[in-house]
Design a binder for this molecule. Structure first.
Ligand code: FE2
Length: 399
């Protein structure tokens, strides 16, 4: 039995029921069946399924092994020089970024609660966004690493902040003005505002939603948009980002089912950030995917769910090993990626903190691109498995 993402399903594959409790795995498709066509896969994706178990021995076609992105030429080939350079040392920026991230999560928690009683306090949002954009300009790696590492008790609130960070950064990478970067971040921050207006019995239902309930959930972009429309001075891009973040390039999205260029650019910008953060986040019913794995899967959505240029830009922005990734070297030593290398994405700077025997060692900062380094990354590992706290290592890194 092999566990794969639903987008990797191919006609001819045999789906098997792993016997798991569907209450605990609401996004796992479990019907024992042979996939007949690409349309079936598309339909399952549209219905919100994310994962599936297949039996390779009873399948006509088996999926390729999960690639490490370093070996996945289809994606590594897309990477190029980043247009945005870090200005501040990561160690200095981590402290500031941590406080911005925490304050942003607190703000989101507040407005998601208040909105139910008809109040929406937009005033602090501008100051929050200013601080996020400032931090991204000084050293984007700090907030980007926190978006994966910051553990909070609530995925929903942290997710809104992470999407704000990623969406603002994507605008910055495209060379947009600070004003536009600000608006993109704001759209990310408020993208799921409408979920607070969905009845809790549906929003938090510990079971698969029925057709009527799914239709109600699909109204959340419109509900958020209508709520924000009442805010004086709200920018059009922000409204568009919220309304269109679930529209898809091939028309399979919602709420309007727009296709191709009918979807405003900011809708896709929020959408791609939303998908990436969901895939790389740990939830009660699924493990987090490593960034390179999520990007590999997302690349397969090219010109289907998302336009290829949007995906390629996003993959270039994130790189192979985003700062904060915990990695194991070819000699068994372990550390944290503390600076990316856009020119050679598989050779970032790594702060090593565990020796080949797994014992703590004084931090050693290695530039893998340096001629005398001799080390290379073997694989990504979970911080818990390596007994490493990436945020702490980054805060101590002077690179
Ligand atoms: Fe959403």
């Amino acid at each position: 039995m092999k566990h794969i993402h639903i987008s990797e399903l191919k006609p001819g594959m045999r789906v098997v029921n792993p016997g798991l409790n569907w209450l605990a795995h609401p996004y796992l498709y479990m019907d024992d069946t042979v996939i007949e066509s690409e349309e079936v896969v598309q339909k399952l994706l549209e219905e919100g399924y994310q994962e599936v178990y297949i039996d390779p021995s009873r399948s006509e076609q088996v999926p390729p092994p999960a690639p490490m992105m370093a070996e996945d030429q289809s994606i590594v080939g897309l990477l190029g020089a980043s247009s945005v350079k870090a200005r501040f040392p990561i160690g200095e920026e981590m402290l500031f970024a941590t406080s911005v991230h925490d304050d942003s999560v607190k703000y989101v928690r507040g407005f998601m609660r208040d909105i139910r009683s008809g109040k929406l306090n937009m005033a602090p949002a501008a100051a929050i966004l200013e601080r996020i954009v400032d931090s991204l300009e000084r050293n984007a790696d700090a907030l980007i690493s926190l978006s994966r590492l910051r553990r909070t008790d609530s995925y929903t609130y942290a997710h809104c902040v992470n999407v704000a960070v990623l969406t603002a950064l994507s605008a910055q990478h495209q060379g947009k003005s600070r004003d536009q970067v600000f608006a993109y971040g704001m759209a990310g921050l408020f993208h799921d505002l409408g979920k607070s207006l969905i009845p809790p019995a549906v929003l938090n239902a510990p079971r698969k939603l029925n057709k009527v309930e799914r239709a109600l959930m699909k109204e959340h972009p419109r509900k958020g948009y209508e709520q924000l429309l009442k805010t004086p001075g709200i920018r059009t891009e922000v409204l568009q980002g919220v309304l269109y973040h679930h529209e898809k390039y091939n028309g399979s999205g919602y709420p309007q089912g727009l296709t191709g260029n009918e979807v405003p650019e900011i809708g896709f910008a929020v959408g791609v950030a939303d998908i990436y953060d969901a895939m790389t986040s740990k939830r009660v019913y699924k493990e987090a995917l490593f960034p390179h794995r999520a990007l590999s899967i997302m690349y397969k959505m090219s010109d289907k769910e998302l336009p290829s240029n949007v995906l390629i830009r996003f993959i270039r922005m994130m790189g192979v090993y985003p700062v904060g990734s915990v990695v194991e070297m070819n000699d068994g030593s372990r550390g944290v990626v503390s600076m990316s290398n856009p020119a050679q994405p598989v050779k970032p700077v790594v702060s090593l903190v565990r020796d080949p025997l797994g014992e703590p060692m004084p931090m050693q900062v290695c530039d893998l691109a340096a001629a005398n380094c001799g080390l290379e990354i073997r694989r990504c590992i979970e911080p818990e498995a390596a007994n490493i706290d990436p945020a702490r290592v980054l805060a101590l890194s002077s690179s």
